[in-house]
Design a protein around this ligand. Structure first.
Ligand code: THU
Length: 138
């Protein structure tokens, strides 16, 4: 698993906690905040945004990833996810697939609002990826 400093882990967790406050979750009441460290060293955040047409909901992790890509990033070095749950919650399968598009075996920092933190490697969370050849120009 790629290495990042304890200070960066704290910074990412704090950013994920903060953005979680902006989650729009009137249907599930399950607010999620996510913050990622990009290849440039910048931090990008996202929260879940639900919709009355439930299937249109977008998870916090994907919103953070898409914000990073929209800012010109192509690499993710670590990601933090904060939820209010008895145990820190792992990202859904769809978000894992989107994450590995831009990430190697990065640390995935899972935290709940009680401050319980677990760090999992992305390879452990998602051992087999669907892959296609890429044209790096686009
Ligand atoms: N959710 C996320 O934001 N990330 C995940 O990895 C799993 C689920 C959101 C979607 C929905 O708004 C709420 O949590 C309940 O599923």
């Amino acid at each position: 698993m790629e290495n990042i400093s304890d200070a960066k882990i704290e910074e990412l967790a704090a950013a994920a906690r903060a953005v979680r406050e902006h989650a729009y979750a009137p249907y599930s009441q399950f607010k999620v905040g996510s913050a990622l460290l990009s290849g440039s060293g910048a931090i990008y955040t996202g929260c879940n945004v639900e919709n009355a047409s439930y299937g249109l909901t977008v998870c916090a992790e994907r919103n953070a990833i898409f914000a990073a890509v929209a800012a010109g990033e192509r690499e993710i070095k670590a990601i933090a996810i904060v939820t209010q749950s008895p145990e820190p919650a792992a990202p859904c399968g769809a978000c894992r697939q989107v994450l590995i598009e831009f990430a190697a075996d990065i640390p995935v920092i899972l935290e709940n609002t009680d401050g319980i933190r677990r760090i999992q490697s992305l390879n452990a969370l998602f051992p087999m990826r669907f892959n296609l050849p890429k044209d790096e120009e686009t």
